[in-house]
Design a protein. Structure first.
Lengths: 95, 484
């Protein structure tokens, strides 16, 4: 695999990280180094091996569909950057 | 007083030799004196700590104390604690006051323990030296020019410098064991699912696990009794009978079979660390243990697999930091997308961004099978190695870290070198096994060396027994850094 700086730009956009051209170049060099390490995996034959997504092979627990939380809107919104009348404010997206 | 074990402190409090308020004040004074340089704590709150101490004294007076009541602990700043600033070592959460308690915090509160403050850590627990913290470097109390390890570096330094009786950490790839080793203390990462992750800020959810860090295995056992247990608020919390982790501390080790993975003693291991670990194994033989060579053939792939899986999970978990509901928001932006991009670019540090980028890439279209799925298959192979190994032994031992604490700044510019410092710890997280580190001597420059003890699933009590018996026969865990 060879990672291009266009790949890095695309990834930065997908990850919603603003990056300058200089930062893209630096990230490109570092990511290439890290993928050099990661590529060691490709030498191993993993045909027929079941992927392990989790440390415990257990089914997800289910619970009753019941209300368990109390209304704490004011408390939770007290740590928000910008709120008004109980709503989170973001820049306008629809004209 | 600062050298006493948790059990001894509890008995001092019960016997009214000291009050919790006095004990808490003693630690707060020490913190005031030593923390400006060591920087083990990010946030202190004397009023909250002393109020808890007062309540603990009342509880003791009413004869309602439990084993940790009135004892001052520190909490890694990854745990949300109601009313406390909870930063996770990041500018993103610089002004975040947690609106609720993490499970672990709630359990310590119920036990009547005191929270002295929130300890420093690598940003979002991503790092092995504590140098990625937005709140500055932490000094290793044994040599102030060296790193304490990471990501629970503040906790490890606080315990080593006697700035708390004991403290909590979290371990995704070695973040309890490696700093414990580098700071000469004891630390336990339990089996995945034993301690609830509720309220613990997520890094890589299939690997993250909280655990105790302290000066002895006995202290860790007492803390496990408080921290462990089922919690319905964490969907990966395991429904198991409550355990007394102190129950087998006193058992002799006669007949214990120790597996030594040959891959942990080869190239890359510092000679000084290897020698200290070898002497510890000899001590175990004197205590009645036998040694068997085992192999973990895929362990060398743990670092590559981890640096796919952990960043992939992190890129997903950290998408919640968008400048809308909590945390930092950029001051200037043109539209919504620009707000997200600037908020995240300014709020996250370099290492966190690096991992988000790697994770986003390996999960992106066309690369999922080659990286993410491949890494999950290798994770299975690594876990199977341990299953095979435990047919021949009861516990596995080896070094925790390939070297003793390195110099501050030494590996700062080289992520790959930094990642390789977790080579002996990561496989344990991938398999979901319990692992611990205990002090077993000193290496080059008189820096502490850690012995790693890896147990089979849910064997924490046995591992604590194995560690405790060693600590009865040796005094490495009682050594304190000079000037502390």
């Amino acid at each position: 695999m060879s990672l291009t700086s266009d790949d890095v730009k695309k990834v930065a956009r997908l990850a919603r990280l603003a990056m300058t051209e200089t930062e893209i170049q630096a990230a490109h060099a570092q990511m290439t180094g890290i993928f050099g390490l990661i590529e060691d995996m490709q030498a191993i034959n993993t045909d027929g091996i079941e992927p392990m997504s989790h440390a415990q092979d257990l089914a997800q627990r289910l619970r009753e569909d019941a209300v368990t939380e109390t209304d704490q809107r004011e408390l939770f919104q007290s740590v928000a950057p910008q709120v008004e009348k109980g709503l989170y404010l973001v820049p306008q997206v629809i004209e | 007083m600062i050298e006493l074990s948790l059990k001894q402190l509890s008995s001092q409090l019960a016997g009214r030799k000291i009050s919790s308020v006095e004990l808490t004040q003693l630690y707060l004074d020490r913190i005031q004196q030593l923390n400006p340089e060591i920087n083990a704590y990010i946030t202190l709150n004397h009023a909250l700590a002393l109020a808890q101490a007062k309540a603990a004294d009342q509880r003791i007076a009413n004869n309602e104390a439990s084993p940790l009541t009135g004892i001052p602990f520190a909490q890694k700043d990854i745990f949300c604690a109601k009313g406390w600033r909870t930063t996770c070592g990041s500018k993103m959460l610089e002004n975040f006051i947690a609106p609720y308690d993490a499970h672990v915090i709630g359990k310590f509160n119920q036990a009547g323990a005191i929270n002295l403050g929130k300890t420093n850590m690598d940003e979002f627990a991503m790092g092995s030296s504590n140098e990625t913290s937005y709140f500055g470097k932490v000094q290793n109390p044994w040599d102030r020019t060296r790193v304490p390890g990471g990501s629970s570096g503040g906790t490890a330094a606080a315990v080593a410098a006697r700035l708390c009786a004991a403290a909590t950490g979290t371990d995704t790839g070695g973040s309890i064991r490696q700093p414990a080793a580098l700071c000469g203390i004891s630390g336990l990462k339990p089996t995945y699912g034993v301690v609830s992750r509720y309220g613990m800020i997520a890094f890589a959810s299939s690997l993250d696990q909280a655990g105790p860090m302290g000066r002895s295995a006995e202290d860790l056992a007492l803390m496990m009794n408080v921290m462990a247990g089922f919690d319905e608020r964490d969907s990966t919390s395991l429904q198991r009978e409550a355990e007394d982790y102190t129950r087998s501390l006193a058992q002799p080790l006669q007949g214990l079979r120790i597996g030594l993975p040959k891959e942990f003693f080869g190239e890359g291991l510092g000679a000084d660390v290897g020698k200290a670990v070898e002497e510890a194994i000899n001590q175990y033989k004197k205590l009645g243990a036998t040694v068997v060579e085992i192999s973990l053939p895929n362990s060398k792939l743990s670092v590559p697999a981890y640096y796919v899986l952990a960043p992939a999970e992190a890129s997903s978990n950290l998408s919640r930091f968008d400048g809308v509901r909590y945390g930092y928001r950029a001051a200037e932006y043109s539209d919504l997308a620009d707000m997200y991009e600037k908020t995240r670019a300014q709020g996250f540090g370099a290492e966190v961004k690096r991992r988000i980028m790697i994770g986003t890439y390996v999960l992106s279209h066309g690369y999922y099978d080659a990286y993410y799925l491949k890494a999950q298959k290798i994770r299975r192979l690594i876990a199977q190695d341990f299953v095979e190994a435990y047919k021949h032994c009861d516990v596995i031992m080896g070094p925790t870290s390939p070297s003793t604490a390195f110099k501050l700044g030494e590996k700062g510019d080289d992520p790959v070198q930094m990642y390789l410092s977790d080579i002996y710890t990561i496989a344990v997280n991938l398999a979901g096994l319990p692992g611990m580190s205990i002090p077993c001597g000193f290496g080059a420059n008189n820096m502490p060396v850690g012995l790693q003890i890896i147990g089979n699933y849910f064997d924490e009590a046995r591992m604590l027994n194995v560690a405790h018996q060693y600590q009865l026969a040796t005094d490495w865990h009682q050594r304190a850094p000079q000037g502390i």
